[in-house]
Design a protein around this ligand. Structure first.
Ligand code: MSP
Length: 587
């Protein structure tokens, strides 16, 4: 087989068609002819949906955050991506699956090069400093990542070289001429139809911005390497048509399908070294540096040990790829839902199972960002309200679909009303010495003969795990917390309605008191168990107070009546310092 027929066979049908229907691809042909393809392994299918052709039953749940640019220190919006991923990692662990989570920093590209120059620092010094700041934040926020990846690490360069070699060998990279508008801030090229002319109020000079992001763009014309993205329009469409939940929320899935309808253009994947020095050189051509998004997206594979060369089959089976969920902000959806799966398909690797795009945190209704100058410092917020309160607020108020406006008053409001006023109140009631002086677990009432007053609560408790499970399966933390606090509100209302402070005075009402207390405790236990992924520290303290053992805190115990079923007589309920004390706002 000649090199060209080999390459032709390896191209997908759509790519073959486009190749055959056009008269020539001069740069493409020249480049391919200069390369040897002897190292390419033929594969059974062009786009297998498996990372490695192995039984993946032991595969851990693998969730990723985007890697964060180090041109600026973290803000609360960045923390949101990390808390969201951490919540799902913990949720899957609670369900008994091994889970891995990656996060880290995106350290190459023009944006970082320019930020370092502005700060009068070497690029790597800036990267070290800001990357450490992100790590400190994730420690402060109790983010249980398993890998922290920096794109300046040698292991990452290995993965990037491999993916480049694979794409080149499969005929998806060619050298070409590129003209277009480039935004350094977005690190992206835009076609003229996506660009608008503006006039500066200050200087009266004309400038151009990207309509999509509002970021300034500059006209660029250069020789660079291009990725044959156009060959993947059909394949990506097919993937999204066949996997209607590949991108969450649904509106984003539809949006990406819409982008594909117009067909895709090829993508520049390198910049000349004369423009960009801070990046990974193109293998075999030092005069070009890899496009930062291609470099950055590959981090998700680096984390799994890609190219998996020295791994045994069993190690490969548990490496993590394909990711089960990739959390991204909606602003970087195109990179993750179009470019990234196309690179993977081109390299014959599996695409991620799910992309979860969240909405933005705004302040004054503007997206929080350094350039607008409206950022909230997450360290200050954590210091003021505590880690779990901030985690709760982000997961309770920051959704997938609608942007949310951050306000300290609202954080305080959620704390006061929901955490202290509802959960804390129910806990206090459950552990009240006045009502339960023996501090024993009350007798569990029969589920066959529920008291009419407890019926509504009983039903809510029965339904709650299912509701939370469904919300979490759809990556809707806001729906999960809504269901949990809806149940807690019912538990508190029922407690008030049953007036246990009267029952305690009447020996004839002893059994009824036990039942009322049991429902309050069981409601607290269930709510707390289900809140663990969001508020890992506070919930552990509450469960300790309720004398719930460590091995009784998993998903299988999140069922009505499965709390203290074993040796409940020997348990001791503890009252402690108030779980949610009054807080004072800094301002
Ligand atoms: N470096 C790229 C991602 C590369 S991933 C291969 C990047 N970095 S970023 O630092 O700008 O953004 C990282 C994440 O933070 C993104 O998910 C982004 O959406 C999120 N957020 C940045 N500002 C945000 C808000 N104001 N609100 C919520 N999340 C936002 O993009």
């Amino acid at each position: 087989m000649t090199a060209s027929t080999f390459l032709l066979r390896r191209l997908p049908l759509c790519a073959q068609t486009s190749r055959l229907s056009r008269t020539s691809y001069p740069a493409f042909t020249t480049l391919q002819q200069g390369r040897s393809h002897s190292h390419i392994r033929p594969s059974a299918s062009l786009y297998s949906t498996k990372a490695v052709d192995l039984d993946q039953t032991n595969k851990p749940y693998y969730i990723t955050t985007p890697i964060f640019y180090v041109n600026a220190v973290p803000h609360i919006g960045h923390l949101h991506s990390a808390v969201l991923a951490d919540t799902f990692k913990r949720f899957h662990e609670m369900k008994g699956r091994k889970a891995i989570m990656s996060t880290g920093t995106d350290e190459h590209g023009l944006k970082i090069q320019q930020a370092a120059a502005q700060a009068g620092m070497k690029e790597i010094e800036l990267c070290d400093k800001v990357s450490k700041r992100f790590q400190d934040l994730f420690d402060a926020a109790n983010i249980s990542y398993t890998t922290y990846i920096r794109t300046t690490e040698p292991r990452h360069a290995v993965a990037v070289k491999e993916i480049w070699d694979q794409l080149l060998a499969r005929g998806y990279i060619y050298k070409g001429h590129h003209e277009g508008w480039y935004s350094v801030s977005d690190e992206a090229f835009y076609p003229s139809t996506h660009v608008e002319e503006k006039i500066s109020e200050k200087t009266g000079e004309k400038y151009h911005i990207s309509i999509e992001t509002g970021k300034e763009v500059e006209w660029t014309t250069e020789e660079n390497y291009k990725f044959r993205l156009s060959a993947f329009t059909d394949k990506l469409t097919e993937w999204l048509d066949n996997n209607p939940a590949a991108i969450l929320p649904k509106s984003r899935h539809l949006e990406v399908q819409g982008w594909l309808k117009d067909g895709l253009s090829d993508l520049s994947v390198s910049r000349p070294r004369s423009r960009l020095t801070w990046g990974i050189p193109i293998p075999g051509d030092d005069s070009h540096v890899m496009y930062v998004w291609m470099d950055a997206l590959t981090n998700y594979l680096t984390v799994t040990g890609y190219p998996w060369k020295d791994m045994s089959d069993s190690q490969k089976a548990v490496c993590g790829w394909p990711a089960d969920a990739q959390v991204v902000g909606k602003d970087i959806l195109r990179f993750h839902a179009v470019y990234w799966p196309a690179f993977l398909m081109a390299a014959d690797l599996a695409v991620p199972k799910r992309i979860v795009a969240h909405a933005h945190w705004t302040q004054g209704k503007m997206k929080m960002s350094k350039s607008v100058g409206n950022v909230v410092d997450p360290f200050t917020a954590i210091q003021e309200f505590g880690t779990d309160t901030i985690r709760f607020y982000l997961m309770n108020d920051g959704g997938l679909v609608d942007d949310a406006d951050y306000s300290s008053e609202l954080v305080a409001g959620r704390y006061k009303k929901l955490l202290a006023g509802q959960l804390g109140n129910l806990l206090n009631r459950s552990t009240s010495v006045a009502l339960n002086p023996s501090a024993k677990v009350p007798k569990q009432p029969s589920a066959d003969n529920v008291h009419p007053d407890d019926k509504a609560l009983h039903e809510k408790l029965e339904a709650l795990p299912g509701l939370v499970d469904e919300a979490m399966a759809n990556y809707r933390t806001t729906h999960a917390t809504q269901a949990i606090f809806d149940m807690i509100a019912e538990a508190n209302a029922n407690f008030t309605h049953c007036e246990p402070w009267k029952l305690v005075k009447d020996p004839a009402s002893h059994d009824r008191l036990q039942t009322v207390l049991w429902y309050a405790m069981e409601s607290t236990r269930l709510a707390t168990l289900l809140l663990q992924p969001i508020m890992p520290t506070k919930t552990a303290e509450i469960l300790d107070q309720l004398d719930i053992r460590k091995d009784e805190r998993s998903w299988e115990h999140a069922r009505l009546g499965l709390g203290w079923s074993k040796d409940s007589e020997s348990r001791k309920i503890r009252t402690g310092t108030p779980m949610f004390p009054q807080i004072k706002l800094n301002k």
